[in-house]
Design a binder for this molecule. Sequence first.
Ligand code: GLA
Length: 392
Amino acid sequence: MDIRERLLGAFRLRFGTNPEFVARAPGRVNLLGEHVDYNEGFVLPAAIDQVTLVAFRNSGSPTSTLQALDLGKETSFDCLSILDKQDSNFTGLSSWARYPAGVLWAINTQGLDTPGMQAVFASEVPRGAGLSSSASVEMAFGVAWEKLGGWTLPPIELAKIGLKAETQYVGLNCGIMDQFASACGVKDRLLYLDCRSLDWQTLHMPENAIIVIADTSVRRSLADSPYNERHAACEEAVRILQEFLPGIRALRDVSVEQFHRYASRLPEMVAKRAQHIVDEIARTEQAVELLENNDAVRFGELMNACHLSLRDLYEVSCPELDTLAALAQSLPGCYGARLTGAGFGGCTVNLVAGQAVKAFTRDLAAGYTQKTGIQPEIYICHAADGAAVETI
Ligand code: GLA
C-alpha cells in the first residue's frame, strides 16, 4: 500500500471520518553551497520526489490532534499550550511534536488564523539523513494551516515561518535553505537562492546528467550535533575580521583574497571553518556559470572539492560518507560526489551521466557493502515541485 492510502486509512480509523485535504511537502538535496545559508551565501538545492504527507481536516475546536503514523505516536495541543512547549495535558511536547507546534507558533506570531486540526502524517523522507525531513514536516503543516486558516502567503514567506519555527522554537540555529527548497521547489529544476536578499531563480540541470542520492545509513540528530557550534565559529570569524574589514556583516562579504590576507588573525579552528565558507560561496557562484554552459565535468569537480572542504576544513563528514563519496568518484560516468546537507552522517549526492546510472548504482551499492557490511539505499532523484495542498 502506498503512503497516501496508508495515511487515509489511518485517518479514518483514528477520527472516524475522511480527511478534507492532503498536504504534501518535499525533502531536498543540495548540490552546492553547503553550510553557507546561515552565512548569507548562495545555495543550489532541488526539492526531491520524496515527501511528507499530512491528511487533515478542521477539528471544529481550538485543539489540534496529530498522529505521527511512522512513530505510532500522537499529541494534542493548542495555541496557548504551545507557548510553554506543552501539550493539552500540560506535559512537555516530545521532540517530533515541536516541528508542527513550532510552525503553529510561528504562524500565530504573524497574527494569522490557525484553526485546530485533526491530522495524520507520515513521511517518505528518511529522518536524520540530510534530506530535510524536518523542513518537509514544517512546510507540509505550513500549507495545511494556510488552507484551514483561509489566508495565503508567497511560498518564500512560508519558508521564513518554517525557519522561525526551527531556530526559535526547536532550537537549531540553521539557515533558510531547507524550508526554501521544500516550499519553492520546481519540477525538473535546480534552485539558486541568494540567502541574503532571498532572490531566487531556477536553473537547468546539465544535459544528460542525473542526480543520484546514496544513503550511508548512518543517522544523526542535528539538534544533538555540533551544528550550532559551526554556526558560532562563523560568527566569531566575522567578529574578528570586522576589525580589519569594518564593512562586513557576514562571511558572504569576505572575498577569498581578503580571507587569506587576514586568516592568520583568526584562531586556527575558526580559520578552518571560515575558509570552507568563503571558498564554498565562491564555488557556488562559479557553478552557476558552469550550469549555464552545460559543463557537467567542471561542475562535478566543484562537488568533489566541496566534499574535501567539508571533510578537512568544516569537519562535518564521517568515515562512511568519505567511503561512499570516494567510491562514487572512482566509478565511470560520475562527474562529482559529495556529502549533502549538514553532514555527520546521512547521504551523498552524486552527479552521474545518464547512460552510466544503472552500472553506477549497482557498483556503488556493491562497493559500499563490501567495505562496510551495510546495504545502502540508493535513489535516482527527480527534482520536484514545492509544498501544496490537494482537496480529497
Ligand atoms: C541543514 C540546515 C540548513 C543548512 C544545511 C547545511 O540542512 O537545516 O539550513 O545549513 O544543514 O548546508
